[in-house]
Design a protein around this ligand. Structure first.
Ligand code: GLA
Length: 380
């Protein structure tokens, strides 16, 4: 389809096609920028690219989902407020050029089916997909982890969102039938097999993540503040990753009240991720599911990034047969929940949630029964 779209737009066949998946985070929320642990999976929703070299230094890009086009020169890449979707492409391209990669001019189309502003990392998919696209078209290859870091840098420094590394990492290096257990401090990772007996079901609240940007920054700052306050007490910590639950008990009373709540989420969430990986390894999906519910509670009460709609979706899930666990996923303030559902119960679960959500809030929830997929930089 992407090839046909290219033909339609540019009247010729593309040289190259690339794609990168969106992601869902199973557990480990708001831990990545605290040097902690995460357990996301790449999903079977993708951003696709098709392109053809040009003889000059121009990039012409058409976004199929927006019916919108931009044109820029590889010799001076600036941010473009009129076409915000293009900034992911521009940022990645700029940092590749600055890093000494010789990119050819290109005509390209980009489009896909990762739901936007739903917390499923459509932006990371564009960034990582852009790296994959240029690698193929330009005939070079970065070490995958360097490519992931560059994609994140584009988001941090060019787009201006202070995100952690989880989304780009799993969009690049996820693996089919596996979740990805990542230590965000040293970037060591392991693919953890997911049982075929369960389905990952994503429920989209349909509420755009209104506060996500501003409140995300507030949380990042509060976590830094927690570290500052722990250090003032003489503790040797570089990030909340280094704080143990016992430290919270012993020293928590000396922290600002809000800061303590935020730290409590991060510290307990890191413990939950490690526990959850053990449970996956042992095949104890029931306990894994319980950890998902616990994570949601912590995000709602201590980190305060859930919303009424997400809470309703999790409560609905809890009442359905065959559901092992449910929680909000991604940054919060709208977006999606992730649900672990027994394979045979997935369809009726989807139906029941759509109905219940409509009844409870008068809102429509989209439900995606997902397969996991392989990342753009992992080699298939
Ligand atoms: C967003 C960010 C990630 C991560 C999550 C919360 O998706 O891009 O880096 O911080 O929020 O876990």
């Amino acid at each position: 389809m992407i090839e046909e779209a290219f033909k339609r737009v540019f009247g010729t066949t593309p040289d190259t096609v690339a794609r990168a998946p969106g992601r869902v985070n199973l557990i480990g929320e708001h831990t990545d920028y605290n040097n902690g642990f995460v357990l996301p999976a790449a999903i079977d929703r993708f951003v696709w690219f098709a392109g053809r070299k040009r003889a000059d230094r121009t990039v012409r890009a058409q976004a199929l989902n927006f019916a919108d086009a931009v044109e820029f020169s590889l010799d001076s890449i600036e941010s473009d407020a009129q076409h915000p979707w293009s900034n992911y492409l521009r940022g990645v391209s700029k940092f590749l050029v600055e890093g000494g990669r010789r990119l050819p001019g290109a005509d390209l189309v980009v489009g896909g089916n990762v739901p936007r502003e739903a917390g499923l990392s459509s932006s990371a998919a564009i960034e990582v997909g852009t790296v994959a696209f240029w690698q193929k078209l330009g005939g070079f290859e970065l070490p995958p982890v360097d490519a992931v870091k560059l994609a994140r840098r584009a988001e941090n420094e060019f787009v201006g969102v202070p995100c952690g590394i989880m989304d780009q990492f799993v969009s690049g290096l996820g693996r089919e039938h596996h979740a990805l257990f990542l230590d965000c401090r040293d970037l060591k990772y392991r693919h953890v097999p997911l049982s075929g007996e369960v389905k990952i079901v994503i429920c989209n609240s349909g509420v755009k993540r209104a506060l996500a940007h501003s409140e995300y920054e507030v949380r990042v700052k509060q976590c830094r503040e927690a570290v500052v306050q722990f250090r003032r007490m003489g503790m040797q910590v570089d990030s909340l990753r280094d704080v143990k639950f016992g430290d919270l008990i012993m020293r928590g009373k000396n922290l600002d009240k809000i800061v303590l709540k935020r730290a409590t989420h991060v510290v307990t969430e890191n413990d939950r991720v490690r526990e959850a990986v053990k449970m996956l390894d042992q095949g104890d999906l029931k306990f894994f599911g319980k950890l998902m519910y616990d994570s949601h509670k912590s995000l709602r009460e201590d980190y305060e990034v859930s919303s009424k709609e997400l809470d309703v979706l999790v409560d609905l899930a809890r009442q359905q047969p065959g559901v092992l666990g449910a929680r909000m996923t991604g940054a919060g303030f709208g977006g999606c929940t992730v649900n672990l559902v027994e394979r045979n119960a997935a369809d009726s679960f989807a139906e029941a949630v759509r109905e219940g959500y409509q009844k409870a809030l008068g809102l429509k929830a989209e439900v995606y029964i997902c397969e996991t997929s392989t990342g753009a930089l992992a080699g298939r």
